[in-house]
Write a protein that binds this ligand. Sequence first.
Ligand SMILES: [Mg+2]
Ligand SMILES: [Zn+2]
Length: 176
Amino acid sequence: MKLIILDRDGVINHDSFDYIKTPDEWLPITGSLDAIARLTQCGYTIAVATNQSGISRGLYDEAMLNRIHDKMRHLVALEGGSIDSIWHCPHLPDFGCICRKPSPGMLHSIAEHYSVNDLCDVNYIGDRVTDIQAAKRARAKPILIQSPMTDSDGLAEHGEVPCYRRLSDAVSVILT
Ligand SMILES: [Mg+2]
Ligand SMILES: [Zn+2]
């Protein structure tokens, strides 16, 4: 199967230091919905892996997160695309869970869910150094999208990671 894993905030939608707490605050980045649709139409299965510590911070609950994701899925569907599954970590950074990126837990769960033995041919697209770390620990192929959250200084130690301005640019390269 052709599987691709996407981070959410800063890749599909604009991120916010105040967290994305409601559907109204979830605003797609230009071209990202169409990019997901192009992947869908080329036979890719799309999984989203997203840190959502705002849940543990009490900023929103699982029901609200589902409403946010209903909006995301709806807007993607309007473009002709589909997100097959969404995985989130609700924990705080100091909780010590195995799912919060840079831990690879969500990527491992995705691999298991789709019965993919090896993620070595699977792109994981994120906008933070922690996304690259999670991808590397899961032995997936990291791709970086440059967002306001990208810590450029922390990138140096990660060597050659393909980097694009937007998801739509990365997808155009993946599909050529
Ligand atoms: Mg992000
Ligand atoms: Zn977690």
